[in-house]
Ligand binder design. Structure first.
Ligand SMILES: Cc1cc2nc3c(=O)[nH]c(=O)nc-3n(C[C@H](O)[C@H](O)[C@H](O)COP(=O)(O)O)c2cc1C
Length: 192
């Protein structure tokens, strides 16, 4: 059911590297992106897959994780993603770098839901070094603008959704057993 998938689709930051996400699952994720809505149906987004131990190890340092938890190393050593999808805008289709940000979010969520349905998971990474990414992936800077990274793998951590605390803080946090808690606003507080 869709709601179950949405609930299971958390931002995972620790992965079982002995179970790399299969290439077919990445293709299923791209199919989910392909059929997602696009403003004026321009479909300006393109995707670079990063797979394999070596490529993933080289890519990890370009990504930033869990700004709310600066004292915890995430992903932990030995628990890194086993693939990444870099969502790029093809500037020859649409030169405005911000107009299609909504398309980016939509395809990212579609891809993550497809991965979760297949028993995997991931995390959107907006905190990445775009120039370094373009350079490492040898992307033509005139053409492909990296907009968002989706990290993927077999999650091996526990994440719990909780109501916002009384102080109203939205920061996610971890307990001493390294369980991750994500406060979400209550339904009645969302409706204007
Ligand atoms: C557009 C976007 C960019 C994000 N970028 C990062 C990031 O750079 N690093 C990170 O660790 N998490 C990132 N996240 C994950 C959020 O921190 C996460 O969605 C939030 O803590 C709520 O957790 P949940 O996804 O499990 O509901 C991003 C999420 C979104 C939607």
């Amino acid at each position: 059911m869709l709601q179950d998938l949405i609930l299971a689709n958390r931002s995972y930051r620790s992965y079982d590297m002995t179970q790399p996400i299969p290439h077919e699952v990445l293709l299923a994720a791209l199919e989910a992106a392909r059929f997602s809505p696009s403003s004026v149906n321009l479909q300006p987004l393109r995707f670079r897959l990063i797979e394999g131990e070596e490529a993933c190890a080289a890519f990890l340092p370009l990504t930033g994780w869990a700004r709310n938890l600066p004292n915890i190393q995430l992903p932990p050593a030995g628990h890194a993603p086993t693939a990444y999808i870099v969502i790029c805008q093809d500037l020859t289709v649409a030169p405005n770098p911000t107009r299609f940000n909504r398309d980016v979010g939509i395809v990212a969520q579609s891809m993550l839901l497809a991965a979760v349905e297949a028993g995997y998971g991931g995390c959107m990474i907006g905190n990445f070094r775009a120039e370094a990414v373009a350079e490492q992936l040898q992307l033509d800077p005139q053409r492909y603008l990296p907009q968002l990274v989706v990290a993927l793998g077999k999650p091996d951590e526990e994440i719990h959704l909780v109501d916002l605390p009384a102080d109203g803080k939205t920061n996610y946090y971890r307990d001493e057993e390294n369980r991750h808690f994500v406060p979400k606003r209550r339904l009645q507080d969302l409706i204007i």
